[in-house]
Design a protein around this ligand. Structure first.
Ligand SMILES: Nc1nc2c(ncn2[C@@H]2O[C@H](COP(=O)(O)OP(=O)(O)OP(=O)(O)O)[C@@H](O)[C@H]2O)c(=O)[nH]1
Ligand SMILES: [Mg+2]
Length: 365
């Protein structure tokens, strides 16, 4: 599907990285990008987000490139979306809908699919007016997968009923999950969750540590469901390691809520390995973004090791760094080149002992 990207530069320092990330998201959704219009603004226009001059430019670019669809790299209000659709006579997919679309494409487990469907319906229900009728000829494709298209004809009431049903089903799946987890957490197995920005290398590291075949790929949100494996580490014994969904800035609130259950695994962990793409110029912002989400889901108190991955690209040597209290703070590895993994295992053992002791103390208060 031919897509024209409208990107808005609001003067942020990391605009360039933001724009590149959006392009990657668009490609991840299968878009064939035929053009890119950049609008510079100090703040969004209430009705159209961008000004009328840019709108005109986008309209001409879309016609010239024969674009089927507009991808807008900011979250749009329902009114803005409708106005731009009318002006450009094409369906507009904003940043939130695009992320939802990728999630719909990638979710594999029953629970993951239910969560995406729920988030999509919630996103849709705020935009459900007759606005779709003017775009009748454009159906299917990006932003419309998952439950999208069929739902458009439903009225709000039916969506409301569907949302309730999905929530019930999810609650049931989640109850089962809790029971399973309880069964698993008996005994003194250390549980470790890999968290981090999307594309940081979590799945590659997970594979390197567990030799399992988790799907690792150079695309955003390659992993959408938590994968868990049990491994043996000398000194720590049985360790349960979980790979998780990647984080991204401006994660739609509906998705944060929807993926809470997936991330709940994270909250339950004794130790977090926060995987960082050490080669990314954006790594500091990405770390902050991940920390923000961890705080949101109540996981910010869990002992955490920052794992600087991709040192083969960043030009660092494998090493283990401690903070001023002597606690391990950062470990430098390359998951794909298998560098520094022994150091990381040692760090897991050491931090796991501290984490394990804390858990023990809490239980005995
Ligand atoms: N050069 C280099 N590339 C790596 C390294 N680790 C991972 N990669 C690459 O980085 C890309 C992303 O890796 P993944 O393991 O899928 O990343 P992820 O964090 O699981 O990503 P999501 O599941 O999408 O959130 C892949 O192309 C990997 O091959 C590394 O140590 N060095
Ligand atoms: Mg992954």
């Amino acid at each position: 599907m031919k897509a024209l990207i409208i990107s808005v530069d609001l003067g942020d320092l990391d605009y360039q990285a933001h724009a590149e990330e959006f392009t990657m998201l668009a490609k991840g959704a299968g878009a064939d990008i035929v053009g890119n219009v950049v609008a510079r603004r100090s703040r969004p226009d209430a009705a159209y987000f961008i000004g009328s001059g840019k709108l005109q430019e986008a309209s001409m670019a879309a016609d010239a490139a024969n674009a089927d669809i507009i991808l807008f790299d900011q979250p749009l209000s329902p009114a803005q979306q409708r106005n731009i659709e009318r002006a450009l006579n094409r369906r507009v997919v904003d940043r939130v809908a695009l992320i939802l679309d990728i999630f719909a494409l990638r979710a594999k487990s029953h629970e993951g699919k239910l969560q995406v469907e729920l988030a999509q319906l919630q996103h849709l229900s705020t935009r459900l007016t007759r606005m779709w009728t003017h775009l009748e000829r454009q159906r299917g494709g990006i932003g419309m997968r998952g439950p999208g298209e069929a739902q458009l004809e439903m009225d709000r009431r039916m969506i409301g009923a569907k949302v309730r049903l999905l929530k019930e089903r999810l609650a049931r799946v989640q109850r089962q999950r809790t029971t399973q987890r309880r069964a698993r957490s008996r005994g003194d197995t250390l549980s470790v969750s890999l968290v981090g920005y999307t594309n940081a290398g979590k799945s590659t590291l997970f594979n390197a540590l567990t030799r399992a075949g988790a799907y690792a790929a150079d695309q955003l949100f390659a992993t959408l469901d938590t994968t868990t494996r049990r491994i043996w580490i000398e000194g720590a014994g049985q360790v349960v390691v979980s790979d998780t969904v990647g984080f991204i800035r401006d994660l739609p609130p509906t998705l944060i809520a929807a993926f809470r259950a997936t991330l709940e695994e994270t909250v339950q962990a004794d130790l977090l390995l926060h995987v960082v793409d050490a080669a990314s110029p954006q790594r500091e912002e990405q770390i902050a973004e991940v920390n923000k989400v961890l705080a949101d889901i109540g996981a910010d108190e869990i002992p955490t090791i920052l794992v600087y991955n991709k040192i083969d690209l960043a030009g660092y040597e494998p090493r283990v760094e401690r903070n001023e209290h002597g606690t391990i703070a950062r470990v430098f590895v390359s998951a794909s080149e298998r560098l520094g993994l022994d150091g990381l295992r040692g760090a897991i053992v050491e931090s796991g002992q501290i984490a394990g002791n804390n858990a023990f103390n809490v239980e005995n208060i």
